[in-house]
Write a protein that binds this ligand. Sequence first.
Ligand code: GLA
Length: 383
Amino acid sequence: MGNPMIEKSFHAIYGTAPEVVVRAPGRVNLIGEHTDYNDGFVLPAAIDRSIGFAGRKRADRLVRVHSIDFDGSVEFNLEDIQKDGQNSWSNYIRGVSKYLEEDGHRLAGADIVFGGNVPRESGLSSSAAVEVGTAAFWKNLLHLDVDPVYLVKLSRKAENQFVGVPCGIMDQFISALGRENHALFLDCRDLTYRHVPLRDDVKIVVCNSGVKRALAQSEYEVRLKQCRQAVAQIASTGLAVKSLRDVEPADLEAARSVLSGILFRRARHVVTENHRVLEAVKVLESGDIERFGQLMNASHESLRDDYEVSSKELDVLVELAWKQPGVLGARMTGAGFGGCTVNLVRQDAAEAFAEAVRRGYEDTLGLKAEIYICKASQGALST
Ligand code: GLA
């Protein structure tokens, strides 16, 4: 939903124009999956689907929020921000507001409307968009003099500690700092980053399996623990490693005997994925888009076989994609267990690709996929 719609909704509900309107995009990850919480590398892009926020200050300490997508409203007092067990959609906004207050940024009461077109529970980071949108809203409304990366970290803290989902930092980072027509190469250890230009003759096509990520959270936690266990066991061989980021393929081979089969495969995914991201950035910058696509394909195989976070539906979408003309690479994107695939497709083949995958998915599984031909977009806090 574009900003004019959000402004109209605000006007319809509160009877005046908003003081501030912001938008925070969803994201797709091109490569670097399940690496962020291992201090590794990622290469996501913000997409042209976003959550918009419109609002104005109030004279008191009350925050009233209307969600267009949930067609519901909540109120909370900035003096005492509690989790809402019923309207859980409001917890992202509550969490960000609470941690800003706790850090000494005195917020004002506000009337807010928000909504957008990032599909929920589809692996395109609608929750990160709500968190980052809330942070950007407060920043603009109150002219907070804060660093965007501080707001990224605070948004992630809201998700980890207030909402209770143990995600890494990738989604909030890209929703805040994405750039039009660029991907963002992020080192999740020291948070240094640079934007990498995308070619305009190649399209990012996202295929939504329509399957909600049912197992995603519990299996995500299991993977997180397995990665920590693998690090502890590799360290027990005398190697100085703090996270899987520090492990080279040769180290992993050398430590094979101390790792169970599962832990070895989990670690191998992360170790090889980090290498794939580094090579992917290099070849993207040198214009070798074919190699970039091969790395995406290898990433999918590793996520499917070693990390085991794909699903039947995602595999069908990816295998259909691999057969289409003009496809450079295809893989699942995000946490897995449902959600979306990301595909790089030559521009002149993109429409036919979308049609063929949609048809093939329905013929194979009797399910309907939604397909979005995306444009890499600006983040909510990018300048
Ligand atoms: C989810 C998390 C991210 C990241 C991905 C997997 O999107 O929110 O932090 O871990 O899964 O790459």
